[in-house]
Design a protein around this ligand. Structure first.
Ligand SMILES: [Zn+2]
Length: 243
């Protein structure tokens, strides 16, 4: 694809770049699917910015929108990440997050968009964003909720190999000289893994002293690009099956 065409497409797919009434015409002509990237703000070790989850999920959403003809909404950059305290985080209460998503989806429905995909980029949000449809109770409105790691083979980490590689691939914000190995949980299975996840959900610092899960020191751009391709490929497979 020509670079200029790609730029044009990116513009078309982002709702914040649209103008009314043309936007309403686009929506009425097409079976528009809205994509809501959901991020968070919290520590990701000394080498990654606090915006990491929001940055990654927005980049993935931009690519998916272009490939799958979706309309990307502005990223919701606040999530539920108080489990990182006393390390830095700006957190919503779970009910606030749920209410925001319900309000956005309901409003999209009022604007004739009835297919919505929420793409989550922060593990701590996950348990609060399920079953939104049952709360909204609009039969016409279909909401699919995913986390981007649902579409990749690697196990998700926090500021480790996966997130650091993805950030290297999509931005210049990573400070590799500050990257330090964190707690490695790749070998944990079954009950031990569940116990570790439970502990992490309560207090991140109780499990990892530098705020990192995984090993960012081995992260690299090529790995990030590979993971990104995998997510996009698997997502396209899903869209073709379901829409
Ligand atoms: Zn993260």
């Amino acid at each position: 694809m020509e670079k200029s065409t790609y730029k044009k497409l990116m513009k078309i797919m982002e709702i914040q770049n649209q103008y009314d009434p043309k936007l309403r015409k686009i929506i009425s002509k097409n079976n528009t699917i809205a994509l809501i990237p959901l991020g968070s703000i919290e520590q990701h070790g000394a080498h990654l910015p606090i915006s990491t989850d929001s940055d990654i999920v927005f980049k993935i959403s931009q690519i998916l929108a272009t490939k799958c003809n979706l309309m990307v909404l502005p990223t919701l950059r606040y999530g539920c990440s108080s489990e990182h305290a006393p390390y830095f985080n700006i957190s919503l209460q779970p009910n606030t997050l749920k209410t925001m998503l319900i309000d956005i989806c309901t409003s999209l429905h009022r604007n004739n968009i009835n297919k919505i995909i929420i793409l989550n980029g922060h593990y701590g949000n996950k348990k609060y964003i399920t079953k939104l449809e049952t709360k909204i109770k609009i039969p016409k409105l279909k909401i699919n909720v995913f986390s981007y790691w649902d579409f990749m083979d690697n196990r998700m980490d926090h500021g480790g190999f996966v997130e650091t590689s993805l950030m290297l691939a999509i931005s210049d914000k990573t400070k590799m000289s500050d990257a330090r190995k964190g707690v490695i949980i790749d070998d944990l299975r079954g009950t031990k893994l569940l116990q570790c996840k439970k502990k992490l959900a309560g207090s991140f610092p109780a499990v990892t002293k530098n705020g990192v899960i995984g090993d960012p020191t081995i992260a690299n751009i090529a790995a990030g690009q590979k993971i990104m391709r995998e997510i996009v490929k698997n997502f396209i497979y899903f869209i073709n099956l379901n829409h």
